[in-house]
Each structure stands twice: as C-alpha cells, then as structure tokens.
Design a protein. Structure first.
Length: 376
C-alpha cells in the first residue's frame, strides 16, 4: 500500500474503487517461480496425480494466491476511497501487490483502518478456505488445494500484521505512535526502525531455527529469507526517509512564496499598466475580470512590444498570460495540500495567482517553490 500516484506498467484487467487493476510483467515471473516452488508441496499432498496434473494443480494454487492478494488489495482500496482518498491503481507485482492512492492522511484512524483491513481480509479468506476444505471430498485434489490456500492466507494475514513498515502492521503502529505523540513523523520513524528489526529477524529465523532443532539451515530457505528481509529493510528505510521529506514539506507555505501583485480590470489599456505598478517594486500585474477573479498576468516584455501608436487603445487582455483554470492558490495552504494543489492545477504555468477569500493578494512563481523543495 502506498500513497504514490505513479502508475505501474502492465495489463489492465478491470477496475476496483474506480481505479485500474494492473497485472505487471513481474507478477508473471512470480507466477512461474511459485508454480515451480509449490510443485513438491502439491505432489506430497496428492501423490496419486500424474506429473502433468501436479503442474496444473500447482498453477491453480498460484491462481488462488492471486485471488487472495487481489482481495487484500481491494479491501485497502475500498476503505481508502471510503476515507476520502482517490485510489489510482491496484497492481499485482513480484512481491504480491500494492494499492496506490492520493491525498494526505489527516487522522491516525485513517491509517489504521486502511492498513488493517488487508490482513483481516486474508484471515477471513483463510476461514472460508478451511470450511470449504472440510466440505470437499477428503483426499481429493480440491481438498488439498483448499487446505494449502488456507495456510497461505493465514501466513499472509499474520505476516502482514507484524508491526514494522512497510508491512500493514507497521502502518498500524505508525498510526498508534502518531496518535500518542501527535507527530506522524515520529510514528513513521518508529515503525520504520521496527520494520528493520523485522527484516533482520526474518533472516535470523531461517538461520537459527534449524540449528536449534538440530538441523542444518536449508540453503533455499536462507536465500528466500534474505530476499524478503532485503525487501523489508529497503521499504523500512524508504519510509524513514519519506518521513523526513514530509517534515520538510510541512514547512512550506503559500504565504512565504507569495510575491507582490497589483490588479487591473480587464479592458485596461496597456499604456496604463506602468502607472498601475508604479511605487510597488517587483510587483506583478494581474488582470482580473469584473468580479475580481484572476484571469492572467501581464509579461512586461510582451507588453513592451505593443507599438506606441496603439498602446493607449490596446487592452491588457491582448498581452495577458492566462492562468490555468483552478490554479489560484489560497494563501492559507501549507505542506502537502499546498504542493498537491500546485501539481494538480498549475499545468506547467510559471506564475499562478495567490488569493485570500477570493481576492488576489499576490502571485507565486512555481519554479521557485520547486527549487526551494530541492534545496531543502
């Protein structure tokens, strides 16, 4: 689960919560690998099957895992949408899947509900697979596959509840620390460090548990644990870095970047523009309609190209640089909402208006905001 809006590459197979469900190429790789990995398990569960049937059964089990992961991500998506977020995608990937959505979490409860519903969905599926296995003919292939699906969903549900980022349980821990301290950054950093502990523990279990049982560690189990542990360590580190970036973003305000502006009504002559900004150093000239709504700004270089013979009869509308629709920035905006508004509405514009209760009070240079963000 992520708040990144970037879309994954792959094949769209449907929509959930208004967002595309994408099967990425990496999932196909995972499906092939898992089919090979689970073939011995299926052979042990159904020894009477022919070789071709065992391969088919292993593939069917992988499909059951696909459905389970999809249900897990769909639960995240539906609750995220219910909590006011815009879901951008559900992607099936090498590591299972992820749900991406936009919008800033405003309350710790949002994080708890969106995160915990995924693992709970897997545990509910596990119960369903268990009862279905009991109803299936004992000793049949169907019963064997349903039992395997039961254990797989129990593992996925319990593992995802471990209290460390990037796991769902880590997002629950993040929300709880946020609620206790009032700081989301502290919650993210705490859950990130616990996630690193979980990453080390995953590898340690693969190495130490067999030794304690009097066996040598299995090379495949150690390699798999190392890969999973590396993934968790990297995700935890990215979460910690993200918390620090979010702290920097929270210091940005529209007010601190607002430059001076002088307004003139539509239809004002170009000749009157210099007089309007006289005595207001470095002020931008903003053209507004008769209701005071910002229309655009006057580029002095463009205005200077108007021939002197018609400068008193040419309206500023002829040399105005239009503002993108909806790009006006409320002077009270701060942090992520401020940057999200610029990203969604500026449409590549260099200058956008700053307003206070609908009245133009300044202009904002988008490039200056981007430069400040990179510097910090």
């Amino acid at each position: 689960m992520t708040s990144s809006p970037q879309r994954s590459r792959g094949w769209v197979i449907g929509k959930i919560a208004g967002a595309p469900v994408i099967v990425t190429p990496s999932w196909l790789v995972a499906a092939v690998v898992l089919t090979f990995v689970f073939t011995p398990t299926v052979r042990a569960s159904a020894p009477a099957l022919a070789s071709g049937g065992i391969w088919l059964a292993a593939f069917l089990f992988v499909m059951l895992l696909f459905v389970s992961v999809l249900c897990h991500e769909a639960a995240h998506a539906l609750v995220a949408k219910r909590r006011g977020h815009q879901v951008t995608e559900l992607a099936m990937t090498l590591w299972g899947g992820h749900t991406a959505y936009t919008g800033t979490q405003k309350h710790p409860l949002d994080g708890v509900l969106i995160a915990i519903v995924g693992p709970l969905t897997n545990l509910a599926l596990a119960a369903g697979f268990w009862f279905a296995a009991q109803a299936a003919p004992q000793g049949s292939l169907a019963a064997a596959l349903l039992r395997l699906a039961f254990f797989a969903n129990v593992f996925v549900g319990v593992f995802n509840l471990l209290p460390g980022l990037p796991l769902d349980g880590g997002q629950v821990l993040e929300a709880l620390v946020w609620r206790a301290t009032g700081s989301r950054r502290r919650g993210t950093v705490a859950a990130g460090w616990v996630g690193r502990v979980v990453a080390v523990a995953v590898l340690a279990v693969a190495l130490v548990a067999p030794v304690l049982a009097g066996r040598r560690p299995d090379l495949f189990d150690v390699a798999l644990s190392a890969v999973v542990g590396s993934f968790l360590w990297q995700g935890a580190g990215e979460a910690i870095r993200g918390a620090r970036r979010r702290e920097i973003i929270d210091t940005l305000t529209a007010r601190q970047f607002a430059g001076r502006a002088v307004t003139v009504f539509t239809g004002t002559a170009v000749a009157d523009a210099p007089r309007a900004v006289q005595g207001v150093p470095e002020a931008a000239l903003v053209v507004v309609d008769l209701r005071g709504a910002p229309m655009g700004w006057v580029d002095p270089a463009t205005a200077a190209t108007v021939p002197a013979a018609v400068v008193t009869t040419t309206p500023v509308d002829a040399v105005v640089v239009p503002f993108p629709a909806g790009s006006a920035v409320d002077v009270s905006l701060t942090g992520s909402p401020f940057l999200e508004h610029l990203a969604a509405t500026s449409a590549g514009a260099r200058i956008v208006p700053v307003v206070d209760h609908g009245r133009v009070t300044g202009v904002l240079d988008v490039a200056r905001v981007a430069a400040a963000l990179r510097q910090r």
